[in-house]
Design a protein around this ligand. Structure first.
Ligand code: 13P
Ligand code: SF4
Length: 373
């Protein structure tokens, strides 16, 4: 295998669904829009804060006041004083920011198309039905935990049932919290993060999967006999990585180290040197010695940022050109950012994310429980 370099031309993937965008904003070139974004930001001053997830494009990250993982971004949102929090991320992150911020602050998602497919894999109604089936089979207390990558109604459901939210950086703590309060965990929606967390806690023999789409993939009595019930959701960006990518790399480059996200398959996580959230991945490369080599098993934009931010380290995408960008994150086109900012200058709030009040209160409970663990 030839060691993979950054050959992928990300412009090939440029998001071209700009339908919601007024025509005048569709063809801005980078220089013009950078100038306009900077001018708008300087006029708006402290009224606006831009939060950018580590997977955002370079053209968004460069305007962000804060770049981080989803846990850090929710903390930044909670501390923000600005009237407008512009969220460079996906819908579930913006919803969480809306839940956490004060009522007089508005959270703006530059493009309403930025929806994480994994979050859509566990709909609250579906979960309600599964819950009724499983709880009918046992007297044990089941605590639901939902990964941050889920919608507000599911977070509200978890709060109502005594559960909480977690991110990739604190899933193990959420499990510990749940097992102090109850007997079993229902983990949603990412089965890989759930499985990897169960292994971390030495509970790998307690796992059962629940596939809501397959009539044969969900048996309530079997689910009720196990301590950890994993909803069968996944992230396609992270499922792409295989143990063979790490084996091939180690053969060709025995000096290379591997860091992966816990949304990767179990065997990939097992073969990696370091596993952690996107901020752990950043810190790993930051702390590397000059001349070290790190292969990155996560979304390709972050691997490219790390390559740019740390020229002293050799940064490789773990599966080369097969590494994916996140289609949901990519929807935050910088032209949309220009538009929402210039609309604010005109006194118009576009693409405001507002969680329904009845869900907001409960989802806040689930998020607060996370922030306290
Ligand atoms: P982090 O919480 O590690 O930033 O991950 C979010 C995410 O969506 C990973 O796919
Ligand atoms: Fe969702 Fe995967 Fe994109 Fe993360 S990388 S936002 S889990 S689709």
């Amino acid at each position: 295998m030839e060691t993979a370099q950054f050959e992928t031309d990300l412009s090939l993937f440029k998001y071209d669904n700009l339908e919601q965008l007024p025509p005048a904003y569709r063809d801005l070139d980078e220089d013009e829009r950078t100038e306009r974004i900077e001018a708008a930001l300087s006029e708006l001053g402290d009224d606006v804060v831009i939060l950018g997830h580590n997977y955002q494009r370079r053209e968004i990250v460069k305007h962000a006041d804060f770049v981080g993982d989803s846990y850090q971004l929710s903390k930044e949102a909670a501390n923000a004083d600005a009237d407008y929090v512009i969220f460079g991320g996906v819908t579930f992150m913006a919803e969480s920011a809306d839940i956490i911020t004060d009522d007089d602050q508005s959270v703006i998602l530059p493009s309403m198309e930025a929806s994480c497919p994994m979050a859509g894999m566990a709909e609250a109604l579906q979960v309600d039905a599964a819950w009724a089936e499983i709880t009918a089979e046992t007297d044990d207390d089941i605590i639901p935990i939902t990964y941050m990558n889920s919608y507000a109604d599911l977070k509200a459901f978890c709060a109502e049932q005594g559960g909480l939210v977690c991110t990739s950086s604190n899933a193990h703590k959420a499990f510990e919290y749940a097992f102090e309060k109850g007997d079993k965990v229902l983990f949603l929606p990412d089965k890989h993060l759930g499985e990897n967390t169960a292994h971390r806690l030495g509970m790998e023999d307690e796992i059962v999967e629940w596939d809501p789409w397959d009539p044969e993939g969900k048996e309530a009595s079997a689910a009720a006999e196990n301590d950890i019930i994993l909803w069968d959701g996944y992230c396609q960006v992270h499922e792409r990585f295989r143990a063979s990518h790490i084996e091939d790399l180690r053969e060709e480059r025995p000096d290379a180290n591997v860091v992966v996200h816990p949304e990767c398959r179990r065997e990939v996580v097992e073969a990696a040197d370091v596993v952690g959230s996107t901020s752990t991945i950043c810190e790993t490369v930051e702390d590397a010695e000059p001349g070290d080599t790190w292969a990155i098993g996560t979304e390709i934009h972050l691997a490219k940022h790390l390559d740019r931010w740390h020229p002293e380290v050799e940064v490789l995408p773990l599966c080369g050109d097969a590494c994916m960008d996140c289609n949901a994150m990519r929807q935050i086109d910088p032209n949309y950012l220009t538009w929402v900012l210039e609309e604010l200058l005109e006194g118009r709030e576009r693409n405001v994310i507002e969680v329904a009040p009845e869900e907001k209160e409960l989802a806040q409970v689930a998020l607060d429980r996370m922030l306290e663990i």
